[in-house]
Design a protein. Structure first.
Length: 174
């Protein structure tokens, strides 16, 4: 056989082999990716009790701790173990009534939260700053408590004085 014929046959064989490889590579590689989303239970808040300073007397400050039975209490319910941010959106500086408003103050530890639903063992936080915590891992519950201090004037007019505290809670996404 002629050398040029042998070279042409070898080139044709090489070209045929290349086309088969090229045709195989032209077939796209495919894969599937599963997508999912976990929708959490809606977060709800319900007032259990208001912050109650009880009977006070003019000129005598009265403090209620967040662990006292007369502290304000809100229960949050949502997705188990979900992280939530708790914010007091309104903390009145006074209670109003029939006389001069009574000053109302909150200390750095005037609020507390506990996923166990008890005041005992609750973690305190500053209500003016708010806090981030997790709902109960099994039940999705969280109790939030609020205390404070009222300081009626020595000549405070007798009567009932009130104010409204507003709490907001939202999932953080963590």
């Amino acid at each position: 056989m002629n050398v040029s014929v042998k070279g042409a046959l070898a080139g044709a064989a090489l070209l045929a082999g290349t086309m088969t490889t090229a045709q195989a590579q032209a077939t796209p590689a495919t894969a599937s990716i599963n997508a999912q989303a976990v929708v959490q239970t809606a977060l709800t808040a319900s007032t259990v009790r208001g912050l109650d300073f009880g009977a006070t007397f003019g000129g005598i400050a009265r403090t209620v701790l967040p662990t006292d039975v007369t502290s304000g209490e809100v229960t949050l319910t949502g997705g188990a173990n979900a992280e939530v941010a708790v914010t007091f959106t309104s903390l009145p500086a006074t209670l109003t009534g029939p006389g001069t408003p009574i000053p109302l103050a909150y200390g750095a530890g005037a609020a507390a939260h506990n996923a166990a639903g008890t005041r005992a063992g609750a973690t305190t936080f500053d209500p003016s700053v708010g806090g981030t915590t997790r709902l109960n891992a099994a039940t999705g519950l969280l109790s939030v408590y609020l205390g404070g201090t009222v300081t009626p004037a020595a000549n405070q007019t007798a009567g009932t004085y009130t104010g409204t505290v507003n709490l907001s809670a939202a999932y953080t996404g963590n």
